[in-house]
Ligand binder design. Structure first.
Ligand code: GLN
Length: 196
């Protein structure tokens, strides 16, 4: 079985942690900052960070439409936090018009940006995660939640009564940051999907 080559979108955010997590989960991993790098990968991770800044850079670097069309063509992706927001088909509280977070439409879902953030900036919780044995320690930082999922979307985890992890085909999104905890089970789940 050949090793999947997974790119990590490296415009802004916690790129390095994802590169390390992907390698430990058994994938080849490298950064994506330009079109040729996007074209070379089998799958893409969109890290946590700031979705409005990443959207702005995607537009500036002419990567927004190419990335959208690769996702539309079925390229698998995994987004954590800001990455989850960008993978949505619709974003609520997306920010100021013109500088707002732009949906890449990788998953048929409506995501509310900074949803937990209004109550408390950051929190941690041990949550059940579909397909992973035992609880996952989830770190939420100004995290979004999912308010609607389409019929093809599977809910993988909830926290405080809200959907915080989903999957549609080979594309996965989590509102929290598994790359920060040293637990590689979520990255492994994604990497294993790629070779299914
Ligand atoms: N609130 C951030 C955003 O809107 C996401 C925070 C994060 O990635 N930890 O993109």
């Amino acid at each position: 079985m050949s090793t999947s080559h997974v790119g990590v979108l490296a415009l802004q955010g916690d790129t390095r942690e994802h590169l390390a997590a992907l390698r430990e989960a058994g994938a080849e991993a490298s950064t994506v900052r330009r079109l040729s790098e996007l074209e070379a990968v089998d799958a893409l991770v969109i890290p946590g960070g700031e979705s409005t800044a990443m959207s702005h850079l995607l537009r500036e670097l002419d990567l927004l439409e190419p990335l959208r069309s690769r996702l539309a063509d079925g390229m698998p992706a995994y987004g954590s936090c800001a990455g989850m927001i960008l993978l949505a088909s619709e974003i609520l509280d997306a920010g100021v018009a013109g500088r707002d977070a732009t949906p890449l439409k990788g998953i048929d879902m409506t995501v509310r940006r900074n949803a937990f953030g209004r109550q408390v900036d950051s929190f941690e919780d041990d949550i059940a995660f579909e397909g992973v044995d035992g609880p996952v320690h989830a770190v939420f930082i100004r995290a979004p939640w999912v308010e609607r999922v389409g019929p093809q979307v599977q809910v993988l985890a909830e926290a405080g009564g809200h959907i915080v992890a989903v999957r549609q085909g080979k594309t996965v999104a989590t509102a929290f940051h598994p790359e920060m905890t040293g637990d590689r089970r979520i990255h492994k789940l994604f990497v294993d999907l790629l070779t299914e």
